[in-house]
Ligand binder design. Structure first.
Ligand SMILES: *Cc1c(COP(=O)(O)O)cnc(C)c1O
Length: 372
């Protein structure tokens, strides 16, 4: 028997999340963002669940090739554009649309030989200060691109720094509007947070939305809203089994560094999941888990291959019991009802990070089952 740990990818949940995003941004075209190997889920694994999106957005050229190999003939957008002139040959060959965020990328296009002009997304920096032309330089970049025979349609885009928080998107929207209002072309502004929170406004929704995290069923603005609040279902679940049980007396410790010391008699379950599986080592005692659908908590340090959970109040749990690290349990109860799980966002919050990081970090050694 292989080590009892398994990740499950739920394709129905993914389809459901796509429809939630469509409902939040009616009539907008949807880029399904699959960068970072579909946020750790695996591009090939999630592909069937993404059939209903209008385009696939990513940033690694090798990932774009994989998406074409899967038979995707629709638009593919390279979110960081090309990295060197040679990359444009692949764009021509595979018909990839690409972001243009810097003068150097216009220089590359200007010397690229192609019969097929490229569709590009010209990016404005509206305050994130990562990629994009300064608002004042945007028009000059557009004019230069527009004069190139290598360039077909120019779309306009930006990426919000604060769609998920209090600062919001008003300042970014004002800048974008001021410097693009008389330019033609489709527009794309919204990540998941902006799509769910701000896309009622038509100018924000624009022509294309670019959801990533919401597709995978994690909330972009947890804890303000949970995935449940947004009507999103978890696509990735991580479950493992209890492979050992320990009984602690008052004063007994658990795990490396003896970080956790029992202040009452306790029963501890040893779970076949550790940081080498992608569970965050930094998650402290008290991080939520579910044992056969009942909530409990981690105790002591997460080690490479194992972690420990509190079974004191779960007398029916023991060797072989299923432990849900995040997402939903795979077993149902005796009457066939679904059991409760743990939102990845709760685990992430306890570990001081975001759901994105946990799903992206799922380790290659964890067996993955795709459920449709
Ligand atoms: C990653 C990314 C997105 C998706 O962001 P989420 O927060 O996961 O929805 C959208 N646009 C760009 C440019 C990105 O890099």
């Amino acid at each position: 028997m292989p080590r009892p740990i398994q990740a499950t990818i739920d394709i129905q949940a993914l389809r459901h999340n796509v429809s939630q995003i469509r409902a939040a941004a009616p009539d907008a075209l949807v880029w399904g963002v699959v960068k970072a190997n579909a946020y750790g889920h695996g591009i090939e694994r999630v592909f069937e669940g993404l059939r209903a999106v209008d385009g696939i957005a990513l940033l690694d050229l090798a990932e774009a090739e994989r998406v074409r190999q899967l038979g995707w003939r629709g638009p593919i957008l390279l979110l960081e554009g090309v990295f060197e002139t040679r990359d444009l040959e692949l764009c021509s060959r595979l018909n990839l649309w690409h972001v243009v965020h810097t003068e150097a990328q216009i220089d590359m296009l200007a010397v690229h030989k192609t019969h097929q002009p490229h569709r590009v997304f010209l990016k404005m920096n509206t305050g994130m200060n990562r990629l994009g032309f300064a608002p004042q330089a945007f028009r000059a970049a557009w004019t230069r691109l527009n004069a190139l025979p290598q360039v077909d349609e120019i779309s306009l885009m930006s990426h919000f720094s604060d769609a998920d928080g209090d600062k919001g998107i008003a300042a970014a929207m004002a800048l974008f509007h001021q410097h693009t209002h008389d330019l033609s072309g489709e527009r794309s502004l919204c990540n998941s947070a902006a799509t769910l929170r701000h896309a009622k406004d038509l100018a924000v929704r624009a022509d294309w939305v670019r959801p990533g995290i919401a597709l995978y069923g994690s909330s972009p603005d947890f804890p303000l809203h949970s995935a449940h609040d947004w009507g999103l279902k978890p696509v990735m679940s991580l479950n493992a089994a209890i492979i050992g049980v320990q009984h602690l007396q008052v004063g007994d410790a658990v795990g490396y560094g003896s970080c956790f010391v029992a202040d009452r008699p306790m029963r501890i379950g040893v779970v076949a999941c550790g940081y080498a599986d992608g569970y965050p080592r930094i998650a402290p005692t008290g991080t939520p888990v579910c044992v056969e659908g009942r909530r409990s908590r981690t105790v002591g340090r997460v080690s490479m291959d194992m972690m420990t959970v509190d079974l004191t109040d779960l007398p029916n749990a023991g060797l072989g019991s299923e432990v849900t690290l995040w997402g939903l349990p795979q077993k149902s109860n005796d009457s066939g009802q679904a059991l409760a799980g743990v939102a990845i966002d709760e685990v992430a919050q306890s570990a001081g990070t975001v759901g994105y990081e946990l799903m992206c970090a799922l380790a290659a050694r964890v067996p993955v089952v795709v459920k449709d």
